[in-house]
Design a protein around this ligand. Sequence first.
Ligand SMILES: [Fe+2]
Length: 191
Amino acid sequence: MISDLIHALFYVLLARDRPTAIHCRNVSKYAMTIGSVLGLDSKDMKELYVAALLHDCGKVGLPDKLLKTSRKYTRWEKQMVQQHVVIGKNLLMSLGFSKEIIYSVYYHHERYDGMGYTEGLKGEKIPLFSRIIAIADTFDALISKRPYRNPLSIQQALNILKEAKGQFDPKLLDCFLKYMDKSYVDIKEDI
Ligand SMILES: [Fe+2]
C-alpha cells in the first residue's frame, strides 16, 4: 500500500510541477549512490530512496505563482517556499509514512554548519538521510538548467561542492566526491 502511495505522490508532483518531479527522481538516484558507497542495508536503502524521491513533495501545496516563476523570490515569497518542508512532513505523516522518511524530508534543507532551515539543526543532529539528500539535491540543482543560468558541467558542480564543505557532512561529501570523480563521465547521459 505504501508503494502505491509513493507512486501516487510522485505522479501528483509530476502533474503539478514536472521540473520538480524530475529533480526528485534525479536526487533519489544520487542519494542511492551515496547510500551504496556507505554500505547501507536494504531497508535503509529503500527508506532513503523514498525520502529522496519525495523530498520536495510539499511543493504541491505551493501556489503556481511561486512554483512557476522564473524571477527571484522576494523575502516573503522565499519564506513561503521554505514551507514546502512543513507541508511535505504533514502530507507524509497523514499518509502513514515512517518517521524516518517523514523527518528525512522535513530536515532536508538543514545545513551541517547550522545555517539551514527550518530548525537550524547542526552536524549529526540532522538525520543521516537528510544529510545525504542535501548533497544530492545541491548537485542536481547545479547541473540542471535554471531560468537565470545554464546547467553547470559535472566537474564544475563537483568543484562547487568541494568549496562548500561547511554546508555538508564532510564524510558524506567525501564519499560522493570520490565516487563521482571516478565515474562522473557516465552520469550525465543517464539522466
Ligand atoms: Fe526542497
